[in-house]
Design a protein around this ligand. Structure first.
Ligand code: ZN
Length: 294
């Protein structure tokens, strides 16, 4: 049923990533789950994205995303480097993320996937050298990963509260945090009281959310956010009933949430987080376009 529903939604013009996961069916109408456009294509994000800039740069570019298996994307990009038919090749692969979730950070599939990425980078440099063209290489991840060591079940706590989800308040249970929208003022007090004895999570204050660009005045992503400590996940959650071996989505200041960026180009000192990446890569593309024109 879930698969069929997912296919139906996908056939109704939803172009982005979409999964109903385990959201209670009767509450689905409360949430806006699908990506409506392809976020890896021009026009896919409000306020524009790197793809819009690439599209107007005059550079010949191609992007591969999770829709193409990693090995296939690597092979096609190597062909492009060989033939010189593209100025920019962008590959987004979610396979390392998937292996990490499945096995944890020490898993053999994780190691093999990292080896494949390393081999691709080596091949890219060998191929570009053979073709006699320089290669500007940027390898980055969008988050770290923490091995899961404890599961937290909030359903009992929520059941003990004399207010009903969907009526007195709305809740969305992600893997690492619970988000609330309050309809009855008593519900907020009661839920806060019920969570007070769960030491593996905490309510996020506005200052913390603002610091990480996650504060929205209209509360579209929740009025109150309760975040788990690194290494804990919600089981069950709306993302699934089966636990995973590793997870992301924790306090960005936790050391294991650190992402990765390596390049043979100089990285600017101000490159601190994912929000800085677009501007930097756009400047790189502009420099590339200027070189191509010279
Ligand atoms: Zn993930």
């Amino acid at each position: 049923m879930k698969r069929l529903l997912t296919r139906l939604v996908a056939s109704r013009g939803v172009q982005g990533y979409f999964d109903l996961y385990e959201v209670p069916r009767e509450r689905l109408e409360s949430f806006d789950l699908p990506e409506r456009a392809d976020i890896f294509a021009p026009g896919g994000l409000p306020g524009g994205s790197l793809w819009d800039s690439l599209e107007s740069s005059g550079l010949r570019w191609q992007g591969w995303n999770w829709r193409t298996p990693q090995a296939e994307a690597f092979a096609q990009a190597l062909q492009s480097i060989e033939s010189g038919d593209r100025d920019v090749c962008f590959i987004y692969t979610a396979e390392l993320d998937a292996w990490l979730h499945r096995e944890g950070t020490q898993g053999p599939g994780v190691a093999a996937c990292l080896d494949a990425v390393e081999q691709f980078v080596r091949d890219a440099f060998t191929t570009s050298a053979r073709a006699g063209r320089p290669l500007w290489c940027h390898v980055l991840s969008d988050h770290g990963m923490v091995d899961v060591r404890t599961h937290v079940d909030l359903t009992g706590r929520l059941r003990s509260v004399p207010f009903r989800a969907g009526r007195d308040y709305e809740v969305f249970l992600d893997s690492t945090f619970a988000r609330f929208w309050w309809r009855h003022p008593g519900a907020r007090v009661a839920v806060h009281e019920a969570f007070a004895t769960e030491s593996r999570g905490r309510w996020l204050d506005r200052a913390m959310l603002e610091r990480h660009g996650a504060w929205f005045a209209d509360h579209r992503f929740g009025e109150d956010l309760w975040l788990l400590e690194p290494g804990a996940i919600l089981v069950p959650s709306f993302m699934g009933t089966q636990p995973v071996a590793a997870m992301h989505g924790y306090d960005p200041e936790h050391p294991e949430m650190t992402a990765f960026y390596a390049s043979n180009r100089d990285l600017p000192a101000g490159l601190r987080g994912l929000r800085d990446v677009r501007g930097f890569l756009e400047r790189e593309c502009a420099a590339l376009a200027a070189e191509a024109a010279a």
